[in-house]
Unconditional design. Structure first.
Length: 212
């Protein structure tokens, strides 16, 4: 359906559906999952650790989709709305890849995914109220933080888990591209303490999603 003819209620239902589908369903990716299927470490402790990290990444992608959908709700220019919805759709590949890997490792996604999604929609919608350039700045900062976080995961993932590493490496390359796109679209730098608060919120989410 043409998004311009959706009523606010339709849009809310649409958001709820996207959040629930992303949280628990197995979305189909537009690009194949990076790496060789099934490869994993033979040590169960390392496998469990990798599953925890991929669960965090999956929750992070749910949050990214929520942020961009929320920002699109309050963005002013149609071009910005379109760019944000496009970014949310591209994160769909990452979401699907993380889910594939969680399944391969015999684990499950975060039970709190709907909460991460709903909270992110709200935060994104508030960020959008500060104007399109600030909203794009929020997107650039989100991507920068996600990229740093993925670099940290590459340090922490088991060296013999080539499949998870290939997925995270491709995600990291994509996030760098998303950040550049936001800057090219006119993103402004966010003033402190906003980036610090974003890091704090991300720490709460990642710390919890590793376990729950
Ligand atoms: Fe992503
Ligand atoms: Fe991204």
């Amino acid at each position: 359906m043409d998004p311009r003819v959706l009523s606010p209620f339709d849009r809310l239902l649409d958001l709820a559906e996207t959040g629930l589908r992303g949280s628990f369903a197995r979305p189909v990716s537009s690009r194949p999952t990076p790496g060789i299927p099934g490869i994993q470490s033979d040590d169960p402790v390392r496998r469990r650790h990798a599953a925890g990290l991929m669960r965090v990444n999956h929750a992070g992608e749910i949050a990214a989709q929520g942020l961009y959908q929320g920002q699109a709700l309050t963005a002013r220019r149609p071009e910005t709305q379109a760019a944000l919805r496009q970014a949310a759709a591209e994160e769909g590949d990452h979401l699907a890849w993380c889910r594939v890997r969680i399944d391969e490792l015999g684990s499950r996604p975060s039970l709190l995914n709907p909460l991460w999604y709903a909270g992110s929609v709200a935060i994104g919608a508030i960020a959008g109220l500060f104007g399109d350039q600030a909203s794009l700045g929020f997107m650039a900062e989100t991507e920068r933080q996600v990229e740093g976080h993925l670099a940290d995961h590459l340090d922490r993932l088991p060296a013999d888990d080539q499949r998870s590493r290939a997925i995270v490496e491709q995600m990291q390359a994509d996030e760098i591209g998303h950040g550049r796109a936001a800057l090219a679209a006119g993103a402004t730098m966010l003033p402190e303490p906003v980036p610090r608060l974003m890091r704090l919120a991300a720490r709460v989410m990642t710390g919890t999603a590793y376990w729950i």
